[in-house]
Design a protein around this ligand. Structure first.
Ligand code: XBP
Ligand code: MG
Length: 259
């Protein structure tokens, strides 16, 4: 294993419920639209990756959305730009924090000389906002490759974002490990041939996610993982370590949440 490929939304941080979702609602309000996405509705919309795509998907089901595709495209672009500005403000104000033990694992991987990339379908501006609020990660330059939503033709679950990250790192897929939180993200990694570890996030806590080399509740815990981790491992830090990731990759099996 020579590289970690990090997803952003739901994996580096719980960005969706209190970050993107609220910012979308602020954007609707700013444009005088009555639309509001509550927590449950937003959870259903998360099956569509990409904020602009999510807006278009939602509009397609609304009787009060503009009738012409061109008008909907223009409105989605305006709302999305506004949403991203509100999202950056919220992140800067501390509404979104890194998930526990993310910074520790990134630091450990750096110490061990692993390369690390960002492989996300979020916009680059959103990634910059998040990294600015988490200086321990060293900003965008702290990563060896960064692939965002604007860099690809097709968002997750398409494998393109992972394929581009591998190309930038000049690594074959089996020398990388993806860290993801969603069914679509895990499917994208698998379709690119990259083994994937899933840290379940708020919105995908119960989702069916198959084909990961490991799946568990978060990097800050050693209990609740499949395959199981020994409670005493982890160098006493009580978190998932690089050695654990390497162990899961070496097992090479895909776990099923149903067995
Ligand atoms: C992330 C997304 C993104 C964010 C919003 O998925 O789906 O669309 O919700 O970002 P993943 P934008 O974690 O699987 O990469 O509004 O910038 O698209
Ligand atoms: Mg995600």
């Amino acid at each position: 294993m020579k590289a970690l490929l990090w997803d952003v939304d739901g994996t580096l941080a719980e960005t969706e419920r209190d970050g993107h979702r609220v910012a979308f609602n602020e954007a609707f309000e700013a444009l005088g639209l009555p639309w509001r996405w509550d927590e449950a509705h937003y959870g259903r919309l998360l099956t569509v990756s990409g904020g602009r795509e999510r807006l278009l998907h939602d509009m397609a089901a609304r009787t009060d959305a503009p009738p012409l595709a061109q008008q909907r495209e223009a409105l989605a672009a305006e709302l999305h730009a506004l949403k991203n500005r509100r999202y950056a403000d919220r992140v800067a104000a501390g509404a979104v924090a890194l998930r526990p033990a993310v910074a520790a694992l990134i630091a450990e991987a750096r110490r061990q000389g692993l390369r690390q990339a960002i492989a996300t379908t979020t916009s680059r501006a959103n990634l910059r906002a998040l990294l600015a609020a988490a200086p321990a990660l060293g900003g965008i330059d702290g990563f060896d490759a960064v692939v965002c939503g604007e860099d690809v033709q097709r968002k997750k679950p398409d494998p393109e974002v992972f394929q581009r990250a591998l190309a930038l790192l000049q690594l074959p897929s089996l020398q990388a490990l993806a860290i993801e939180d969603s069914p679509g993200g895990a499917a994208a990694a698998r379709a690119a041939g990259v083994p994937v570890v899933v840290t379940r996030s708020h919105y995908f806590a119960q989702a069916t996610i198959e084909g990961a080399v490991a799946i568990g509740p978060g990097l800050d815990r050693r209990d609740g993982w499949r395959p199981a981790l020994t409670e005493r491992g982890g160098g006493g830090e009580g978190r998932v370590t690089l050695a654990d990731l390497q162990h899961w990759c070496a097992l090479g099996d895909c776990v099923s949440q149903f067995t």
